[in-house]
Design a protein. Structure first.
Length: 177
């Protein structure tokens, strides 16, 4: 299969705003929630997403302000995990909030942690919004793998189609470099 055409070429992680491509802890630790997209994992994810869309209040609380990170690997697999905090030298297995100010200064296990800092293809986030929708959004917002000049709308659309194959509908929000 031509994964370069489907998900974009494999690249080394790009430096973040601090000039760091991969933190050492992202090579050593992976998120506790790390999951490979497949029949069973997609069924579970879809069930949760559908419950939130149908108004399950506890699900809205659990998904509010939380990112699900995803990445297309070199061999074309899609991995995903909750964006988890890394605090005082240890992964804590708790979500990092997108906009909740008390977690702003806390480090997180970012996209490189999903693949131990190795080269990867397009990556981004999935999150729930009730402000614009309600619906689930997928984007290519990964400073290390997703916002690269080689990343095109079609690559993100192909990832969304991969989730759609398993019955998960996502609204695409492409961000050019």
């Amino acid at each position: 299969m031509d994964f370069d055409r489907i998900f974009g070429p494999v690249i080394e992680p790009m430096p973040n705003f601090r000039g760091i491509a991969v933190y050492d802890f992202e090579k050593l630790f992976e998120p506790l929630s790390l999951t490979k997209l497949g029949k069973e994992s997609a069924r579970q994810l879809k069930s949760f997403m559908d419950e939130v869309l149908c108004g399950f209040q506890a699900g809205k609380i659990l998904s509010n302000d939380i990112n699900i990170l995803w990445i297309a690997t070199e061999d074309g697999e899609i991995l995903f995990a909750i964006e988890e905090m890394f605090y005082e030298g240890e992964p804590v297995g708790r979500p990092k909030f997108r906009e909740f100010w008390p977690t702003f200064g806390i480090q997180k296990l970012g996209h490189p942690s999903l693949i131990k800092g190795d080269p990867g293809r397009i990556a981004g986030e999935i999150y729930f919004t009730s402000n614009e929708g309600p619906y689930w959004i997928i984007n290519n917002r990964s400073g290390r793998y997703g916002l690269h000049e080689s990343r095109k709308f079609i690559h993100l659309k192909n990832v969304a189609n991969h989730f759609r194959f398993y019955g998960i509908e996502l609204t695409i929000k492409y961000e050019p470099r």
